[in-house]
Design a protein around this ligand. Structure first.
Ligand code: NAD
Length: 354
């Protein structure tokens, strides 16, 4: 049994987390959960958006599956997601997206976005500048790119490409305007690329990349970029492959990893039992792979994808009428059915060999 911290989160978080734990159980995952609070749920219960008990738990397990967390816009506490990534130095945010529901338009999309997760404009160096009576007359936010940070995420992208049999890494930047911060990221990326002659390397200015992703996304394989660009582009890519309800993410560091959906708390869906749990289930597959259980990851992914393709028991965001519960139950049914078929097939093979 592997111990993993479970953070149900805010908004639709508890509902999709519950659904994900159920399908993991049905898949026979060898995981024991340590459930902890974070976000608004934690503020309500303890007054602290990220209680010490939660941090201690993640320190101990080195692994978390996390529902989305609400971050107040413009005021209030800083993003807990950003704080968790910084606290555990989860420097690479890996967001794979491939088409499951073919729509005739983007059928060949299969992209892994790797976003630098600890630096850039999300480093949290911000302040207002007072002019006369106006204490918010101007605002400054500082982007920080370090050679160390750029090197490790670019190297991660190339290593990922090698390990997963991918052929190309595209570095997305804005070095034509932000010559220092983006220029350093680009220079470092070019130098790392030289060490991987087996992987094709190319570079794109971020605005051109946004257009090309919409016009011809099939040309991209692995994309590596800085924090803010990665945040925006990953939502764009999830839109190409069926929406936020299907996009998982993994935050990876040297000594820990947190798995989550790309989407947020979806406030308008709370309490309606219609949120799509697919993204968190795919994140759970990444977790299974990370702990070396590729077999169960494959089984769970297959069951979710089959359910989505059949379309009989899917949630409204992907064109269905089913509830979160019905979608989950169908995946569990598929897992059991596929398990039985698998057993029968392996049994037959055994008999034939004997
Ligand atoms: P959102 O991702 O919550 O919602 C964007 C749109 O996608 C909405 O129309 C929503 O209904 C839909 N959607 C999202 N997830 C869905 C799902 N599983 N099934 C069906 N439809 C889904 O983004 P938002 O509204 O900008 O943000 C809401 C809150 O979530 C904010 O407080 C934000 O800070 C937070 N947030 C958290 C995370 C995270 O924890 N990783 C990520 C993004 C946003």
């Amino acid at each position: 049994m592997k111990k993993v911290t479970l953070i149900p989160g805010d908004g639709i978080g508890p509902s999709i987390t519950d659904a994900t734990v159920k399908v993991l159980d049905a898949a026979g995952a060898q995981i024991s959960w340590d459930t902890q609070l974070a976000g608004v749920a934690a503020v309500r219960a303890t007054g602290d958006p990220i209680p010490d008990a939660t941090l201690e738990s993640i320190k101990g397990t080195g692994l978390a599956l996390k529902g989305p967390l609400e971050t107040p816009v413009g005021e209030g506490f800083r993003s807990i997601n950003v704080a968790l990534r910084k606290t555990f130095d989860l420097y690479a945010n890996v967001r794979p997206a491939h088409v499951i529901l073919r729509n005739g338009r983007f059928d060949e999309v299969d992209i892994v976005l790797i976003r630098e997760n600890t630096e850039g404009l999300y480093i949290g160096i911000e302040h207002y500048i007072r002019i006369g009576d106006d204490h918010r007359a101007a605002a400054e936010s500082t982007a920080v790119v370090t050679r160390f940070g750029a090197e490790r995420v670019c190297r991660y992208a190339f290593e990922y490409a090698r390990k997963h049999g991918r052929r190309k890494v595209t570095l997305a930047h804005k070095a034509n305007i932000l010559k220092f911060s983006q220029g350093l990221f680009l220079d470092v990326g070019r130098a790392i690329a030289q060490q991987y002659p087996d992987i094709e390397f190319n570079e794109r200015i971020i605005d051109a990349l946004a257009m090309e992703l919409v016009l011809k996304p099939e040309q991209f394989d692995v994309i590596v970029t800085t924090n803010l660009f990665g945040d925006i582009i990953s939502d764009l890519i999830s839109g190409l492959v069926g929406g936020l309800g299907l996009a998982p993410g993994a935050n990876i560091g040297q000594s820990g990893a947190i798995f989550e959906a790309v989407h947020g708390t979806a406030p308008s869906l709370v309490g309606k039992n219609v949120a799509n749990p697919g993204a968190l289930m795919f994140a759970a597959c990444l977790l299974l792979e990370h702990i070396g259980d590729g077999d169960r990851a494959r089984k769970l992914r297959t069951a979710v994808e089959e359910t989505l393709r059949e379309g009989k028991a899917v949630t409204p965001d992907v064109g269905g009428k089913a509830t979160t519960t019905e979608f989950t139950d169908e995946i569990i049914r598929k897992l059991r059915e596929n398990g039985r078929t698998g057993e029968r097939e392996s049994g037959r093979t055994g008999e034939g060999e004997a």
